[in-house]
Design a protein around this ligand. Structure first.
Ligand SMILES: C[S@@+](CC[C@H](N)C(=O)[O-])C[C@H]1O[C@@H](n2cnc3c(N)ncnc32)[C@H](O)[C@@H]1O
Length: 282
């Protein structure tokens, strides 16, 4: 698929998932309908029970991440944190609570219904005053130069067709000395080219656009980032792999063939890492 087509497919899938899985509370004749079950991140223990209990249910049920970047971002009071691909707002809420007193959290996502859900949960959490949202492609966030202290992202950049552009944009937005805290999906080892291209052909969930680790880190370094440090790595088990490959759900993303899933088993990894924008750069 070409870049524009991938963006449309991904946006359509996540927008639809948000639309059907949590009706906005705005209309008195259309009561809120929270998704029936917790999202991937909640089911797989990526958040503490206290985190899960402290955010509105729709945010928990729409959480589709593969990590918990707020847990290793080292956020401080007063910082500006940007969440790339904020989805239903789970990490925006957790981040906003850590940067309060002068700081703010900004969620960026290109799916309008995700932004709508995220605004709804942030208001429910009483954080509307310290959170902003931008509905935009991550490669062109429209945020000002050198305006953020920290950029977090949770299982999103694998979905982006032009990852180099996303990391260049992140570098532009960050203040000198600013940092990345990213959870994402990658290949620890490339599968056979024909298998990889079958995943790419449908941009199957969070596997179709995954890159091999070293190529991925080279791309981040080429954007200008330094001190790339792996915080944790976890090869996906078979049920995790299947869920990730169909994210945000098999009703939205075609399920890959069993033999293709078997061929990438053990080679798809959930990774958490940090990196820094140097204080001075060319
Ligand atoms: C797997 S979900 C993760 C959402 C959220 N980070 C979480 O942890 O629940 C991916 C999200 O990234 C958004 N997304 C994917 N590609 C994007 C792009 N190129 N620009 C903006 N948002 C994007 C989708 O709309 C979706 O909300």
């Amino acid at each position: 698929m070409k870049t524009e087509e991938i963006l449309q497919v991904v946006k359509g899938r996540y927008d639809k998932a948000a639309e059907v899985s949590g009706a906005a509370t705005g209309s008195c004749c259309c009561p809120s309908a929270a998704p029936a079950s917790p999202g991937f991140a909640a089911q797989h223990g990526l958040y503490t029970p206290a985190d899960l209990a402290s955010v509105p249910k729709i945010a928990v049920n729409l959480s589709l991440g593969c990590g918990n970047p707020v847990s290793f971002a080292g956020l401080r009071s007063g910082e500006v944190v940007v969440d790339l691909g904020c989805g239903g707002g789970m990490d925006v809420i957790l981040a906003a609570r850590q940067v309060t007193s002068g700081g703010k959290a900004i969620g960026v996502d290109f799916a309008p219904h995700m932004i709508e859900r995220a605004k709804q949960v942030v208001a429910e959490a009483g954080l509307a005053g310290s959170v902003e949202f931008v509905c935009s492609d991550l490669a062109q966030s429209h945020l000002p130069d050198e305006s953020a202290d920290v950029i977090i992202s949770n299982c999103v950049i694998n979905l982006c067709p032009d990852k180099a552009a996303v990391y260049r944009e992140a570098f532009r937005i960050l203040k000198p000395g600013g940092r990345l805290a990213i959870s994402d999906i990658e290949y620890s080892e490339n599968p056979a080219p024909e298998v990889k291209s079958r995943f790419e052909a449908t941009w199957a969930g969070c596997v179709g656009g995954a890159m091999e680790e070293q190529a991925y880190f080279d791309l981040i370094g080429n954007a200008g980032f330094e001190e790339i440090r792996i915080v944790a790595q976890h090869p996906l088990g078979s049920s995790e792999l299947e869920e990730m490959a169909c994210c945000p759900g098999p009703e939205f993303t075609p399920r890959p063939e069993n033999e293709d899933l078997a061929a990438v088993q053990g080679k798809v990894t959930s990774i958490k890492f940090t990196a820094v924008k140097p204080l001075s750069h060319q």
